[in-house]
Every structure is written in structure tokens, then in C-alpha cells.
Design a protein around this ligand. Structure first.
Ligand code: ZN
Ligand code: ZN
Length: 247
């Protein structure tokens, strides 16, 4: 599995980073993990053919993780002339929430006849998502978003990626990271308490329990961005837009 960081910013554009969007390549498959409002910009910047992405996985329905689906579908329809199916997998209510934001931003866009099939699949802890190459499990975390918010555990191509989504510390993250090749975790701040988010001190305290081969910090505020180089190591990776590596 190969990971490309398309965007690893917080919701506010800190450090000039694009919002949460990660490209996972499993063999010939291209899967998007998160789709922040800036996803289409980031994919274009990275030279990724968005039509080759067949599945988009969403941890929770906040704009900086999900709103990019609107522009993905808009560009698929009008610019990229997509014809192949697109599947969006996320928390319960994702189809209705998409309809609300799409119609608010581009009235009428959900009524236009598309040249490609668009499917929204709901994932829950009781109902994981799986297809031929990919298994995705959801674990509920603590981050109000108008729908359940999840950490995700993604297996494909013999590798496993755990992803915290956005959340304050919950012990379930230990299972999400357990034995993973890579655990991607939000790290909003250094030590300031940010409600419903994680800071570095909390992650650091729990490092012995986070048994992933490598841990990548993302979703950083300006203080954390300035501090991050001091903790970077072979095991602790600091996400940066454009970063690309084998998981
Ligand atoms: Zn959020
Ligand atoms: Zn966020």
C-alpha cells in the first residue's frame, strides 16, 4: 500500500496546508481517505487522475474531511467526464448530508443526470465495509459532527493503516493502531487542551499503548507545526502535503 498525503491541514488552513485528504494506492486501486474541501485542488496539484479513484472513505461529516466530495463530483461530471462508478463510504446519514451541502453550494447539481454511478455506503462499527481488495472497520470516537464520528482501520494489499479521524483521546484508538503498519493521528496542538481533539502530550503519554510500526501526525495547528520537527523520528512522522511513501 502506498500513501500520498494530499492534504494534512486543520480546518483553518494552518501552515498553508490543504485540508485532510490522503490517497491510498493498493495495487492498481486508488482510494481516497478523507475528502476535505480542498481535495480537488490537492489531487490536481499532485498530478492524480481523480477519475481513477473508485472509493472515498470518510471518517466524519465535518467540512474539512468531507466537503470535497461536492467538488469531486462536480469536476467528475463537468471537467473530467467520468464514466466509471464512484463509491463514497462514511457515517450514517452521509447521503442526506451530501445532498444538503451540494444543493446549498451548487443548486440543482444533485438533480443533473450523471454519466457515472454514484453510491453512498454507510459504515458503522457493526457493519464494516469490504470489497475485493479492501477492508474498512469503523470505531466510534468522541467528536460531535451531527452524525457518529469514526476512527477507521483500513486493510489492503497485506498492509494496515489506522486513522484516528478527529477525536479527543478514547481508549478505542489503541485497537485502531494495534499492529498497524501506520497509525495516522490528528494532533491539533502541542499541549493546549482543544476540546474533542488530541494534543501531542496526550499522544506522547499513550505512545507505549499505540503499537503501530509508525505513527504519522496530521491536522496540526500553528504551534504544533512549529514544534513538530523536534519530535520527528523514524517512528514519528510529521505529515506534509505531497509526502509519498510505502506503508
Ligand atoms: Zn472534525
Ligand atoms: Zn478536522
Amino acid at each position: 500500500m502506498r500513501l500520498t498525503v494530499i492534504g494534512c491541514g486543520d480546518a483553518f488552513g494552518s501552515g498553508g496546508r490543504l485540508q485532510s485528504t490522503f490517497l491510498l494506492e493498493i495495487g492498481d486501486r486508488k482510494v481516497l481517505l478523507e475528502c476535505g474541501a480542498t481535495a480537488s485542488i490537492g489531487l490536481t496539484r499532485a498530478g492524480v487522475d481523480a477519475n481513477a479513484i473508485d472509493t472515498i472513505l470518510i471518517s466524519h461529516l465535518h467540512g474539512d474531511h468531507f466537503a470535497g466530495v461536492v467538488w469531486m463530483i462536480l469536476s467528475a461530471q463537468y471537467l473530467l467526464k467520468r464514466t466509471t462508478p464512484l463509491r463514497v463510504v462514511g457515517p450514517p446519514g452521509i447521503a442526506a448530508r451530501y445532498e444538503i451541502i451540494a444543493e446549498a453550494l451548487f443548486p440543482g447539481m444533485t438533480k443533473v443526470e450523471r454519466r457515472f454511478d454514484l453510491t453512498f455506503d454507510e459504515i458503522t462499527p457493526a457493519r464494516p465495509f469490504a470489497d475485493a481488495d479492501l477492508q474498512v472497520a469503523a470505531v466510534e470516537v468522541s467528536h460531535p459532527s451531527g452524525a457518529p464520528s469514526y476512527a477507521l482501520r483500513i486493510e489492503g494489499g497485506g498492509h494496515t493503516v489506522g486513522f484516528s479521524g478527529d477525536t479527543e483521546w478514547v481508549d478505542a484508538l489503541v485497537q485502531v493502531a494495534d499492529g498497524a503498519d501506520l497509525f495516522i493521528t490528528e494532533c491539533c496542538a502541542v499541549d493546549r487542551a482543544a476540546k474533542f481533539h488530541l494534543n501531542w502530550r496526550t499522544i506522547e503519554q499513550n505512545l507505549p499503548r499505540l503499537v503501530a510500526r509508525r505513527i504519522m501526525l496530521t491536522h496540526m495547528n500553528p504551534d504544533m507545526l512549529a514544534f513538530a520537527p523536534t519530535i520527528a523520528s523514524d517512528r514519528i512522522l510529521i505529515a506534509a502535503d505531497g509526502m509519498r511513501f510505502e506503508v
